[in-house]
Design a protein. Structure first.
Length: 197
Protein backbone atom coordinates (compact mmCIF):
# COMPACT_ATOMS: atom_id res chain seq x y z
CA UNK A 1 0.00 0.00 0.00
CA UNK A 2 1.14 3.52 -0.72
CA UNK A 3 1.16 6.69 1.35
CA UNK A 4 -1.45 8.21 -0.99
CA UNK A 5 -4.15 5.98 0.43
CA UNK A 6 -3.29 6.57 4.09
CA UNK A 7 -6.06 9.20 4.47
CA UNK A 8 -8.55 6.75 2.96
CA UNK A 9 -7.47 4.05 5.40
CA UNK A 10 -7.94 6.47 8.30
CA UNK A 11 -11.39 7.37 6.97
CA UNK A 12 -12.51 3.73 6.74
CA UNK A 13 -11.02 2.95 10.15
CA UNK A 14 -13.38 5.63 11.52
CA UNK A 15 -16.30 4.37 9.39
CA UNK A 16 -15.86 0.86 10.83
CA UNK A 17 -17.51 1.89 14.11
CA UNK A 18 -20.91 2.45 12.46
CA UNK A 19 -20.46 0.46 9.25
CA UNK A 20 -22.78 -2.38 10.26
CA UNK A 21 -25.68 -0.05 10.99
CA UNK A 22 -26.61 -0.07 7.29
CA UNK A 23 -29.03 -2.93 6.68
CA UNK A 24 -26.97 -4.44 3.85
CA UNK A 25 -23.68 -4.10 5.77
CA UNK A 26 -24.54 -5.73 9.08
CA UNK A 27 -27.37 -7.99 7.85
CA UNK A 28 -28.83 -7.81 11.36
CA UNK A 29 -32.38 -8.14 10.03
CA UNK A 30 -33.10 -11.85 9.40
CA UNK A 31 -35.15 -11.14 6.28
CA UNK A 32 -32.40 -9.01 4.76
CA UNK A 33 -29.78 -11.61 5.66
CA UNK A 34 -31.87 -14.40 4.13
CA UNK A 35 -32.23 -12.42 0.89
CA UNK A 36 -28.45 -11.94 0.61
CA UNK A 37 -27.86 -15.59 1.45
CA UNK A 38 -30.21 -16.74 -1.30
CA UNK A 39 -28.72 -14.28 -3.82
CA UNK A 40 -25.14 -15.34 -3.13
CA UNK A 41 -25.81 -19.05 -3.01
CA UNK A 42 -27.46 -18.78 -6.44
CA UNK A 43 -24.50 -16.78 -7.80
CA UNK A 44 -21.66 -18.89 -6.37
CA UNK A 45 -20.53 -22.42 -7.18
CA UNK A 46 -21.25 -24.94 -4.44
CA UNK A 47 -19.31 -24.96 -1.16
CA UNK A 48 -16.53 -25.53 -0.24
CA UNK A 49 -15.43 -23.29 -3.11
CA UNK A 50 -12.57 -20.91 -2.25
CA UNK A 51 -13.81 -17.30 -2.08
CA UNK A 52 -11.75 -14.10 -2.07
CA UNK A 53 -13.99 -11.40 -0.55
CA UNK A 54 -12.30 -8.18 -1.66
CA UNK A 55 -13.06 -5.00 0.26
CA UNK A 56 -14.73 -7.22 2.85
CA UNK A 57 -15.41 -4.46 5.38
CA UNK A 58 -16.48 -5.91 8.70
CA UNK A 59 -16.71 -9.39 7.20
CA UNK A 60 -20.47 -9.85 7.10
CA UNK A 61 -20.56 -11.58 3.71
CA UNK A 62 -17.40 -13.53 4.55
CA UNK A 63 -19.05 -14.90 7.67
CA UNK A 64 -22.31 -15.63 5.90
CA UNK A 65 -20.52 -17.68 3.24
CA UNK A 66 -18.20 -19.39 5.71
CA UNK A 67 -21.25 -20.51 7.67
CA UNK A 68 -22.47 -22.13 4.45
CA UNK A 69 -19.24 -24.13 4.15
CA UNK A 70 -17.19 -21.91 1.82
CA UNK A 71 -13.47 -21.36 2.34
CA UNK A 72 -13.26 -17.58 2.62
CA UNK A 73 -10.40 -15.09 2.69
CA UNK A 74 -11.44 -11.48 3.23
CA UNK A 75 -9.24 -8.53 2.26
CA UNK A 76 -9.65 -4.93 3.39
CA UNK A 77 -7.17 -2.07 3.62
CA UNK A 78 -8.67 -0.82 6.89
CA UNK A 79 -7.05 -2.53 9.88
CA UNK A 80 -10.10 -1.64 11.98
CA UNK A 81 -12.47 -3.24 9.47
CA UNK A 82 -10.31 -6.37 9.50
CA UNK A 83 -10.20 -6.40 13.30
CA UNK A 84 -13.99 -6.31 13.42
CA UNK A 85 -14.25 -8.95 10.70
CA UNK A 86 -12.02 -11.30 12.68
CA UNK A 87 -14.08 -10.70 15.81
CA UNK A 88 -17.29 -11.34 13.89
CA UNK A 89 -16.26 -14.48 12.03
CA UNK A 90 -13.84 -16.00 14.52
CA UNK A 91 -12.07 -18.99 13.01
CA UNK A 92 -14.66 -19.44 10.25
CA UNK A 93 -12.79 -17.23 7.76
CA UNK A 94 -9.34 -15.75 7.23
CA UNK A 95 -8.81 -12.00 6.94
CA UNK A 96 -5.87 -10.05 5.54
CA UNK A 97 -5.08 -6.34 5.66
CA UNK A 98 -4.39 -5.35 2.07
CA UNK A 99 -5.46 -3.13 -0.81
CA UNK A 100 -8.32 -4.58 -2.84
CA UNK A 101 -6.86 -2.85 -5.90
CA UNK A 102 -3.92 -5.26 -5.71
CA UNK A 103 -4.89 -8.05 -3.30
CA UNK A 104 -2.05 -9.83 -1.48
CA UNK A 105 -3.45 -13.25 -2.37
CA UNK A 106 -2.11 -16.22 -4.29
CA UNK A 107 -2.85 -16.06 -8.02
CA UNK A 108 -5.03 -18.71 -9.65
CA UNK A 109 -6.03 -20.06 -6.23
CA UNK A 110 -9.66 -18.97 -5.82
CA UNK A 111 -12.87 -20.31 -7.26
CA UNK A 112 -14.67 -17.01 -6.66
CA UNK A 113 -13.70 -13.35 -6.46
CA UNK A 114 -16.50 -11.51 -4.69
CA UNK A 115 -16.75 -7.78 -4.18
CA UNK A 116 -19.60 -5.57 -3.05
CA UNK A 117 -19.53 -1.85 -3.83
CA UNK A 118 -15.75 -1.88 -4.29
CA UNK A 119 -14.94 -1.90 -8.01
CA UNK A 120 -16.33 1.61 -8.55
CA UNK A 121 -13.95 3.01 -5.90
CA UNK A 122 -10.77 1.60 -7.47
CA UNK A 123 -8.36 4.18 -8.95
CA UNK A 124 -8.47 2.12 -12.15
CA UNK A 125 -11.41 -0.30 -12.20
CA UNK A 126 -10.06 -2.02 -15.33
CA UNK A 127 -6.63 -2.61 -13.76
CA UNK A 128 -8.17 -3.85 -10.51
CA UNK A 129 -10.47 -6.19 -12.43
CA UNK A 130 -7.51 -7.64 -14.33
CA UNK A 131 -5.76 -8.37 -11.02
CA UNK A 132 -8.93 -9.92 -9.62
CA UNK A 133 -9.25 -12.19 -12.63
CA UNK A 134 -5.64 -13.30 -12.05
CA UNK A 135 -6.72 -14.59 -8.62
CA UNK A 136 -9.19 -17.02 -10.19
CA UNK A 137 -8.42 -20.67 -10.71
CA UNK A 138 -9.40 -22.09 -14.13
CA UNK A 139 -13.17 -21.99 -14.39
CA UNK A 140 -13.38 -19.40 -11.61
CA UNK A 141 -16.21 -16.94 -11.20
CA UNK A 142 -16.44 -13.17 -10.66
CA UNK A 143 -19.34 -12.02 -8.49
CA UNK A 144 -19.64 -8.23 -8.44
CA UNK A 145 -22.31 -6.27 -6.57
CA UNK A 146 -22.18 -2.66 -7.72
CA UNK A 147 -24.32 0.42 -8.09
CA UNK A 148 -24.77 3.81 -9.66
CA UNK A 149 -25.94 6.07 -6.87
CA UNK A 150 -28.03 9.21 -6.85
CA UNK A 151 -24.96 11.11 -5.60
CA UNK A 152 -23.32 10.54 -8.99
CA UNK A 153 -20.82 8.04 -7.61
CA UNK A 154 -20.57 4.43 -8.69
CA UNK A 155 -20.65 2.53 -11.97
CA UNK A 156 -23.69 1.98 -14.14
CA UNK A 157 -24.61 -1.61 -14.87
CA UNK A 158 -23.58 -1.02 -18.48
CA UNK A 159 -20.17 0.27 -17.41
CA UNK A 160 -19.53 -2.77 -15.21
CA UNK A 161 -20.65 -5.19 -17.90
CA UNK A 162 -18.38 -3.39 -20.40
CA UNK A 163 -15.40 -3.64 -18.01
CA UNK A 164 -15.91 -7.37 -17.57
CA UNK A 165 -16.36 -7.94 -21.30
CA UNK A 166 -13.28 -5.84 -22.11
CA UNK A 167 -11.34 -8.21 -19.84
CA UNK A 168 -12.35 -11.04 -22.16
CA UNK A 169 -15.14 -12.51 -20.04
CA UNK A 170 -18.88 -12.79 -20.46
CA UNK A 171 -21.10 -10.97 -18.00
CA UNK A 172 -24.57 -11.81 -16.68
CA UNK A 173 -26.51 -8.90 -15.17
CA UNK A 174 -29.19 -9.04 -12.48
CA UNK A 175 -30.63 -5.75 -11.26
CA UNK A 176 -31.36 -5.55 -7.53
CA UNK A 177 -34.14 -3.01 -6.91
CA UNK A 178 -35.82 -5.08 -4.20
CA UNK A 179 -36.04 -3.20 -0.87
CA UNK A 180 -35.32 -6.41 1.06
CA UNK A 181 -31.62 -6.16 0.11
CA UNK A 182 -31.21 -2.59 1.30
CA UNK A 183 -33.47 -2.14 4.31
CA UNK A 184 -35.98 -0.08 2.33
CA UNK A 185 -36.73 1.32 -1.12
CA UNK A 186 -33.84 2.66 -3.21
CA UNK A 187 -33.95 5.17 -6.03
CA UNK A 188 -30.56 4.38 -7.53
CA UNK A 189 -29.39 1.47 -9.68
CA UNK A 190 -27.99 -1.50 -7.77
CA UNK A 191 -27.13 -4.76 -9.44
CA UNK A 192 -25.17 -8.00 -9.57
CA UNK A 193 -22.82 -9.02 -12.38
CA UNK A 194 -21.64 -12.63 -12.52
CA UNK A 195 -18.93 -13.86 -14.89
CA UNK A 196 -17.94 -17.47 -15.13
CA UNK A 197 -19.45 -20.93 -15.37
Amino acid sequence: MTDEIAPQIALWDREAETFDEAADHGLADPTCRAAWRELLLEALPPAPARVADLGCGTGTLSRLLAEEGYTVTGVDFSPEMVRRARAKAGSLAEFVVGDAASPPLEPAAHDVVLSRHVLWAMPSPAAALARWIDLLAPGGRLVLVEGSWSTGAGLTAEETVALVEAAGREARLRRMPEPVFWGGPVSDDRYLVVSGP
